[in-house]
Design a binder for this molecule. Structure first.
Ligand code: PEP
Ligand code: MG
Length: 746
């Protein structure tokens, strides 16, 4: 066997191709294939088990076992030797199956007579499809070469399954990529969207897994790898100084020149695979390893190999990023992950976004929020399930994506969208009206921004200016540090768009979750409480000075509002303000026009500042509460950590008392106060903040309508009464009582 293995393997694949070429139904094909493999492998049994659902394997074809068991025998993932192969994604090879750990006796198949067992996973790019098994009576271990041959066949089967070869009457398999599928993820940007799938990285489809002419295939592989190497070298020579990017490219180069990788692919071709299939086989193996290693460096490198394999496949198949598919008119973007710049390129053309990875605080999330595009992350395996053009519904409120939904879901979803549309109409009708409560108090509703993409919302949302302009976003979406001239131009355009309404520019808030790709990251055990925001600005004032200059120049003689982030004690504010004064003086000497008026405020994001001396309150021109940070430090609960993020309620009595204390201090010192964390944009929270005394709230543009609509129906005295009564009763949170009170007012 060993000597003739290559011929055998190729012969087996050749016969497999003939079977595939015949015009047979899916089940007939599977039956023929098991017969063929048993013959070629000289075993009494060959069986194919395929996944019926996520954790059930079904015997779908067999040569040698009881034919009555086909479509009857089912195993759970991990059950029996077959289930073990499927769960681990690894080969099981034994000469004494009944004595092997995990063996399960299945009388209906007549299996006990077989001593030798070899099972290999049928998987495509890390996606498990089933298990291919050979068994023989004679007790023997299968050789490495035999295992390899069966693996190659399993790979081709996976490829063919992908192409729908086993679908048909009396279906051996239900058609892949056709059933409805629900993905449960994490919500990042609320809202609902109905549309069609647009894959950020379209799947490369390999239509020719088996090749007749290995010499030609080797040539094709070598040519493609050469093209790949040249491409990687070119990328390396034009790459900037970004250490991470260079590391990735170096890894690419290492793999592209790796003899081991090349040798394995050459062996795959030698055994009868096409160049594409050989690349994909190695890619599958890398993906399987990726799911098993926990070391993050190794995982990153396997990720790199995966990317490189994709590039190679695109070269080989000629399926560039442009696969010829046309973007649907209502695209829902599906991707493993996406960078902020790429997302901005798509812009508002997208109706929704669903990612497999990502995080709530990622840059892509920031962009999606700015564009108000519903975004769901952590939708496991959606890139392998979705095909370009598939219908899909995105429920950003619940963090769900319905792929190929059935009619009942579509109908329910439409109802929900219609209700939202009605609400939107109501918000639009009050857009130009003030947020005045029934009891006559007017609340200023401003918007949070940070990207040029936000600016159209100034008009459409009815915001009264920008209460928080996160200037770091401009730094985050670039691959290099923006220049002063670029920034001043941008700040100027932001002020133009605000048409005289105030824009509060927050100086750079980097560190913690906001890491600039081109700045050396500091390895801190606790970055949220580490060297970030104003702390960086004061220790390394170069960037802060440049930014202050850009702001003064951008104002072009108009009013300028600035606030410093994450001020924890008075001296930090005093030092930062001194930098501002110096910048003004420098600009004056250089002859640039100075702003007609300036206000400089501090963000209150650490509890310490709530207890700062009165002098601090008198020194600042205004205070804005960064509720996202303030809350995480108040409750000691990481705002990025899914486990604890929602554990503590904003309407917790302790937190409300604390906020009320700040309102009181600002009132007694005459300090203007606003609130600009995410809670300001949640109607119930916004109502309570207003009831305890806030008169300026800054929020995402999409929240202005719902918040205003509720405020206009409120009597603050009544709501305050509910809050106080609940507090006096000893409740932990006032939420239930407030919700009860607000019922019917939304
Ligand atoms: C906050 O902390 O509430 C805030 C507005 O700032 P950021 O979310 O950018 O940290
Ligand atoms: Mg903050």
């Amino acid at each position: 066997m060993t000597k003739t293995f290559k011929t055998d393997s190729r012969q087996m694949l050749g016969r497999l191709r003939d079977v595939m070429a015949e015009d047979a139904a899916g089940q007939a094909r599977l039956d023929q294939i098991t017969r063929l493999i048993a013959e070629e492998m000289r075993t009494e049994v060959c069986s194919i088990y395929l996944f019926r659902d996520e954790d059930t394997l079904e015997l779908c074809a067999t040569e040698g076992l009881n034919p009555q068991a086909v479509h009857e025998t089912r195993l759970k993932l991990g059950e029996g030797l077959v289930g073990r192969v499927a769960r681990k994604g690894q080969v099981v090879n034994t000469d004494d199956a009944p004595a092997t750990k995990g063996f399960r006796f299945m009388p209906e198949t007549g299996e006990e007579a077989y001593s030798s067992f070899m099972g290999v996973p049928i998987q495509r790019l890390g996606e498990k499809l089933g298990v291919l098994v050979v068994q023989s009576k004679q007790s023997r271990l299968f050789s490495e070469e035999e295992i390899y041959a069966v693996e190659v066949v399993a790979m081709v089967l996976a490829e063919m399954a992908e192409l729908g070869a086993f679908v048909g009457e009396g279906a051996a398999m239900s058609a892949r990529h056709q059933q409805a599928k629900l993905f449960r993820g994490t919500t990042v940007q609320e809202g609902t969207a109905q549309g069609h799938v647009w894959l950020h990285e379209p799947r490369v489809v390999v239509t020719n897994p088996i090749a007749e002419d290995p010499v030609r295939e080797l040539e094709r592989l070598h040519e493609a790898v050469e093209t790949l190497r040249v491409g990687v070298d070119r990328m390396l020579s034009t790459a900037g100084g970004d250490k991470d990017q260079l590391e990735v490219l170096e890894a690419y180069r290492m793999f592209a020149n790796s003899k081991g990788w090349m040798r394995r692919m050459e062996a795959d071709i030698d055994s009868g695979l096409s160049a594409e299939a050989a690349v994909e086989k190695e890619q599958s193996a890398a993906r399987a390893r990726m799911n098993q290693v926990s070391d993050s460096y190794l995982r990153d490198r396997l990720h790199d190999l995966d990317d490189l394999s994709n590039r190679l496949l695109r070269i080989l198949t000629g399926q560039g990023a442009e696969t010829g598919a046309e973007m649907p008119s209502d695209p829902i973007l599906i991707a493993r992950n996406i960078g902020p710049a790429e997302l901005l390129d798509y812009g508002r053309s997208l109706k929704g976004i669903v990612l497999e990875e990502g995080s709530v605080g990622s840059h892509a999330a920031i962009v999606a929020r700015a564009l108000a595009i519903p975004l769901v992350i952590h939708a496991a395996r959606i890139t392998t399930e979705a095909l370009n053009g598939d219908p899909i519904l995105v429920d950003g409120d619940q963090g769900l994506a319905h792929l190929r939904p059935d009619d009942a879901i579509v109908a329910a979803f439409r109802d929900k969208m219609a209700m939202q549309a009605t609400a939107q109409e109501r918000y639009a009708s009050i857009r130009d009206k003030p947020a005045t409560t029934r009891c006559g108090q007017t609340v200023k509703l401003k918007m949070n921004a940070g990207l040029m993409a936000d600016l159209p919302s100034l008009e459409s949302s009815g915001a009264e200016g920008v209460g928080l302009f996160r200037t770091e976003l401009q730094f985050l979406i670039r691959s290099h540090m923006p220049k002063r001239a670029e920034l001043s131009e941008l700040y100027s355009r932001v002020m133009d768009a605000a048409k005289g309404q105030r824009v509060v520019f927050r100086t750079l808030d980097i560190g913690s979750d906001k890491v600039l790709p081109y700045m050396k990251a500091t390895d801190e055990p606790n970055p949220a409480m580490g060297w970030r925001a104003i702390r960086v600005g004061l220790d390394k004032p170069g960037v802060m000075r440049m930014q202050l200059q850009a702001l003064i120049r951008g104002a072009k003689g108009r009013h300028l509002s600035i606030m410093f982030p994450f001020v924890a004690q008075r001296s930090e504010f005093t030092a930062a303000r001194a930098e501002m004064d110096k910048a003004l003086e420098r600009e004056r000497i250089l002859g640039h026009p100075l702003p007609v008026s300036i206000e400089v405020g501090a963000m209150l994001e650490t509890p310490s500042l709530a207890f700062a001396p009165d002098d601090f309150y008198r020194e600042v021109d205004f205070i804005s509460i960064g509720g996202n940070d303030l809350k995480q430090f108040f409750f000691a609960a990481d705002r990025e950590n899914e486990r604890v993020r929602k554990r503590y309620d904003t309407l917790n009595v302790s937190f409300l008392n604390f906020l009320e204390g700040i309102v009181y201090r600002c009132a007694t010192t005459g300090t203007p106060l606003s609130f600009c964390g995410e809670d300001a944009g949640r109607p119930v929270e916004a109502a309570c903040l207003t009831a305890i005394g806030f008169r300026t709230l800054s929020m995402r543009p999409a929240s202005i309508g719902p918040v205003k609509s509720l405020l206009r129906r409120l009597d603050l005295g009544e709501l305050r009464g509910v809050i106080h009564a609940e507090r006096d009763s000893g409740a932990q949170s006032v939420r239930d009582a407030v919700m009860e009170h607000l019922r019917g007012k939304f």
